[in-house]
Write a protein that binds this ligand. Structure first.
Ligand code: SF4
Length: 268
């Protein structure tokens, strides 16, 4: 039929177009229809590198949002049942804090003593009574308006110093307390409070009277009231530190001057 090519010509043309220059065709196959496979390898074909493919992957479900952080009341309940360090074995009860949640000034001591352990309230013994006088008679604000807590929530036996491991175990409670109260200033009473807040090993003698900072909150280190009971001559310096705190938070300054010192002792 005019215009119709033979299958052989079609096959040759096909391979020629592919670039094949020689074909070996058996006689018996000379008239066969174009093969679907040939001995001659087809020219190499440039293969594009595989492209990254967006694949739908089974993704682990997102972890549930972390449990909401405890409120002060919930935190106090957690502390009441805490057994994270050995002090739980010897305490009468935990001593969480005293004061309103939105206090502007946070007083931080070291650990409960015998009176605090018995009553469950911080700074209620002799040192606490002195602190109350410093707050109410000196600074002119009711004790109920400030927040008072300790680094440790349980009394170390015999009023010994807190051990580093105990402080570490108790650390989270105080960090959350400070976060919730969010005071305008913290008064660090003694070595352990100052070192906790300022992350230093320096002693209170060097630290007192100089502003530091804990997570952006101004920290004034000063002497612990129990040290002031033994070293009343240091009250003047402690009073000077409290005046700085009053200035910092914008409280009106009293005009009365503190008493003069008499004797010295090792600070806490
Ligand atoms: S001192 Fe702190 S960590 Fe240790 S048992 Fe008491 S609350 Fe828990």
């Amino acid at each position: 039929m005019a215009g119709t090519r033979s299958p052989l010509i079609d096959a040759v043309t096909y391979y020629r177009d592919l670039g094949v220059r020689e074909l070996w065709i058996a006689e018996s196959q000379a008239a066969a229809p174009p093969p679907t496979a040939v001995a001659a390898a087809p020219p190499p074909i440039a293969v594009a590198a595989p492209q990254p493919v967006a694949v739908a992957v089974a993704v682990e479900p997102a972890p549930p949002a972390t449990a909401p952080l405890p409120t002060l009341g919930e935190l106090a309940a957690l502390v009441a049942g805490c057994r994270r360090c050995g002090l739980c074995e010897t305490r009468t009860q935990t001593v969480f804090a005293d004061g309103p949640i939105r206090a502007r000034i946070f007083f931080l001591g070291e650990a409960p003593g015998a009176d605090e352990d018995a009553q469950g309230i911080p700074f209620v013994g002799k040192a606490g009574q002195l602190l109350t006088k410093m707050i109410e008679n000196g600074m002119g604000i009711p004790r109920r308006d400030v927040y008072i807590a300790n680094v440790l929530k349980c009394r170390p036996p015999g009023n010994r110093n807190p051990e580093p491991a105990e402080i570490e175990q108790c650390r989270g409670y105080l960090e959350r307390q400070i976060e919730l109260v969010a005071p305008d200033a913290i008064v660090a009473l003694g070595n352990f409070a100052a070192r906790f807040l300022l992350g230093t090993e320096e002693g209170i003698m060097r630290l007192r009277g100089r502003w530091g900072s804990y997570r952006g909150i101004p920290v004034m280190p000063t002497f612990h009231p129990s040290f002031l009971l033994r070293s009343p001559e240091k009250k003047k310096e402690a009073w000077s530190d409290l005046l700085e705190v009053m200035k910092k938070v914008g409280l009106p300054l009293p005009t009365a001057a503190p008493r003069a010192p008499r004797e010295t002792a090792e600070p806490e």
